[in-house]
Ligand binder design. Structure first.
Ligand SMILES: *[C@@H]1O[C@H](CO)[C@@H](O)[C@H](O)[C@H]1NC(C)=O
Ligand SMILES: *[C@@H]1O[C@H](CO)[C@@H](O)[C@H](O)[C@H]1NC(C)=O
Length: 464
């Protein structure tokens, strides 16, 4: 409606101004191409509404280069399906550069296949597709898989992704795949067909049909893996038979992020450039309750293998479970590399595992990080009274040379937490800052208590 008013104002101004030398420049004076750019920047429904503005505007929207479609409430499904189908007929899709569709498929796979065929043109640049409630396979147009202009592709689909034998995404830079079940033979084609890939997201994808996979895009800079074991799976130990070995060529890899419960194996070759990494193993309730030693050791081995591939990391974050599991693999701890560049280490509490300062793996990591500057405990930290000496035996080098800042968030002020803080203040001789965050009511009173703790670094500020 805003546009309507503007148009009236400007177009009136134009008529009034006729004959005069001076005249206001209005939106109607813009060429079609510019107006189409403006219309494209609107949301799809609003873009279409511009067709009511005037005769000239009636067809302008049809050349928009961006369409975003998202199914809403269940009771509006029919309306949505009808709308998209009519849009496909009315719109000139050959100029479409960005297309995004999110809907439930249900019994309408045929219709959705038609949409895919119609909206995805050979010059598409960004594609985001999210499907749920799929009952039969969706068929993507063959021309998609050899599209030379596609730069961003996001696909979220809890179903088998049928792939053709020929795949080549010449310009694809960002590939994000969620919930996808990969077929066996053709999966490799997909990961071999992206020579320009820089960012890869594999989010809760199922690789059970794939035994081995090579990700060999030479420009790959960042990889994010998130995986959870299917619930119906056998949880007595890891089912190695269904594990996929993913080999990643890390020639240019800068970031490696893993979150999950060790479903598949990941090997990064040539990982010397990786400077930013996270290893966030999540403990599942079943393992936690059973305190399953096999799972813990396997998870520890998994963490060890990843850490060993990241000797030059500068920023590392790990979950409490990763640290706890790694502590179980005592024999391997001695083989951890020296992390000479590690400046920031962040440890995150996850649902079941709190972080104890006395964990062997944590102490080893601190010993092996001679240049650590920032140490963060997100979600608390504790230390039992009888383990008071764990950190000083011997004191990690960074505590007396580079460690300037410790941050602890989410503490609940248990005795063991206060004790851990006391020990850290004693251990850090060059500490500049200890920052504590808590949402507890008694915080003020406990804060005063902390201010009275002896500090080895006189300059250390305690922030709250
Ligand atoms: C559709 O768009 C393309 C490219 O943007 C253009 O060349 C073509 O003329 C348009 N077709 C119609 C019928 O408007
Ligand atoms: C863990 O690694 C060690 C040493 O490589 C190996 O002997 C052991 O079998 C592994 N355990 C599990 C459960 O994977």
């Amino acid at each position: 409606m805003d546009l309507e008013k503007k148009r009236k104002k400007h177009c009136k101004g134009r008529r009034k101004g006729e004959g005069k030398v001076e005249r206001r420049f209005g939106i109607c004076d813009l060429p079609d191409e510019i107006l189409q750019l403006i219309i494209t920047s609107l949301r799809t429904k609003e873009a279409i509404r511009t067709s009511i503005l005037s005769k000239r505007w009636q067809h302008l929207w049809k050349g928009i280069s961006k369409i975003e479609l998202k199914e809403g409430k269940l009771k509006e499904r029919k309306q949505f399906m009808h709308f998209v189908t009519r849009l496909l007929v009315a719109c000139n899709c050959s100029g479409l550069k960005k297309f995004s569709l999110s809907c439930n498929v249900r019994k309408d796979a045929n219709l959705v296949n038609e949409w895919l065929c119609g909206f995805i043109n050979p010059k598409i640049e960004e594609l985001s597709l999210q499907f749920e409630e799929i009952q039969e396979p969706l068929i993507f147009p063959d021309q998609l898989f050899t599209c030379a202009t596609l730069t961003n592709f996001h696909l979220d689909m809890p179903y088998i992704f049928k792939l053709p034998s020929s795949i080549h995404f010449q310009c694809l830079q960002t590939l994000s795949l969620s919930n996808i079940i990969f077929p066996d033979t053709s999966t490799q084609q997909l990961f071999s067909g992206c020579p320009a890939l820089e960012d890869l997201y594999l989010l809760d994808c199922n690789l059970k049909n794939v035994q081995a996979l090579r990700i060999c895009s030479p420009l790959l800079r960042r990889i994010y893996i998130w995986e959870i074991e299917d619930d119906e799976c056998d949880i007595d130990g890891l089912d190695v038979s269904n594990c996929c070995e993913v080999l990643i060529n890390g020639n240019n890899l800068k970031s490696f992020h893993y979150q999950g419960d060790c479903v598949n194996e990941y090997f990064v070759y040539d990982s010397s450039l990786v400077i930013d990494a996270s290893i966030q193993i999540h403990e599942r309730l079943e393992y936690y309750l059973k305190s399953d030693p096999t799972w813990q050791i396997a998870a520890g081995n998994f963490t060890f293998r990843l850490l060993k591939m990241l000797p030059n990391v500068e920023k590392l974050s790990m979950s409490g479970t990763s640290i706890k599991a790694l502590s179980r693999t005592r024999s391997l701890l001695g083989q951890l590399p020296l992390f000479c560049n590690l400046a920031e280490l962040a440890l995150d509490l996850d649902r079941y595992s709190s972080i104890k300062l006395s964990y062997l793996a944590l102490l080893t990591l601190l010993q092996n990080s001679p240049c650590l500057q920032v140490l963060k405990f997100q979600g608390g930290l504790s230390l039992a009274k009888d383990k008071a000496n764990c950190i000083s035996d011997p004191l990690p080098v960074c505590f007396s040379t580079t460690l300037k800042m410790i941050e602890i968030t989410g503490i609940t002020w248990k005795k063991d937490e206060l004790f851990a803080i006391k020990i850290l203040l004693k251990a850090g001789t060059v500490l500049d800052k200890l920052r504590i965050q808590s949402s507890c009511i008694r915080s003020k009173e406990l804060y005063k208590q902390i201010l009275n703790y002896p500090k080895s670094s006189m300059d250390c500020k305690i922030e709250f």
